[in-house]
Ligand binder design. Structure first.
Ligand code: GRF
Length: 238
């Protein structure tokens, strides 16, 4: 069977690319990329899609506010249905998703957020952690519900905040060391039917050495990350 992914993104698209690399390297299994949909004609994610040969759609609603949102989502759903999308990933999608879409893809839509929720929802999570004086920051992968960054949590990962860190340092540490790795792990857990949701709680079945096998496979992606990102070598030790 397997999952077919539909991505909603508005910007750079590095999380989208990380998923594509996990697929390319054979780390993510039984998962196919269906389509990238964006609301921004200049989104960096579009260039990535082109490079990887992924179908794209740019949807710019004519109307503003709520009617525009529904217009966008109706069209997106048509694309998702046509491509047989079974799992939607919000990867830097800068619009609020309305109940119209959420109802249709309940527990079939994930978001990635750059903070350890419930701390620092909304915009600029890494900066909020810095200004608050937190000692750790991180990211959260969660199913999408009607609230803002409130859905059931699937994966979280922390990184330290260090003396002298600027927003960019923290954001990059969270992105490369946690987001790009945990989002694909959450997708594979979902695809493997390892997640059981009761209310807000996501119970994960790691039986049969699931996590050990995943970590062994994902080493390939991590080696690839180290080869392709130009950061100082010690960055990867965090
Ligand atoms: C990421 O930090 C993600 O957590 C947030 O938006 C950012 C998107 O980055 N939701 P990218 O477009 O995936 O590079």
């Amino acid at each position: 069977m397997g999952e077919v992914i539909g991505i909603l993104a508005s910007g750079r698209g590095s999380n989208f690319e990380a998923i594509l690399d996990h697929i390319k390297l054979g780390v993510l299994r039984d998962v196919k990329m269906g389509i990238l949909i964006t609301n921004k004609p200049d989104a960096g994610a579009l260039k990535i899609a082109k490079r990887y040969g992924v179908e794209t759609a740019v949807i710019e609603p004519q109307q503003k506010g709520e009617p525009g949102r529904i217009e966008f989502e109706k069209e997106a759903i048509e694309h998702f249905k046509r491509k047989g999308v079974t799992l939607i990933i919000l990867a830097g999608f800068m619009r609020i998703v309305s109940p119209y879409l959420i109802r249709r893809y309940r527990l079939k839509m994930m978001n990635i957020h750059p903070s350890l929720l419930p701390a620092f929802p909304g915009l600029r999570g890494p900066n909020q952690a810095l200004e608050y004086g937190a000692k750790v920051a991180g990211c959260t992968v969660h199913y999408v519900d009607e609230g803002m960054d409130t859905g059931p949590i699937i994966q979280q990962g922390a990184v330290p905040l260090k003396e002298g860190d600027r927003e960019h340092d923290i954001a990059q540490r969270i992105l490369l060391l946690r987001e790009h790795r945990l989002l694909s792990k959450a997708i594979q857990l979902h695809a493997d039917r390892r997640l059981k949701i009761t209310g807000r709680r996501v119970k994960i079945n790691y039986g049969g050495g699931w996590e050990r096998k995943w970590n062994a496979r994902q080493r390939k992606f991590i080696r690839y990350q180290k080869r392709t990102h130009r950061v100082r070598r010690t960055f990867w030790d965090d």
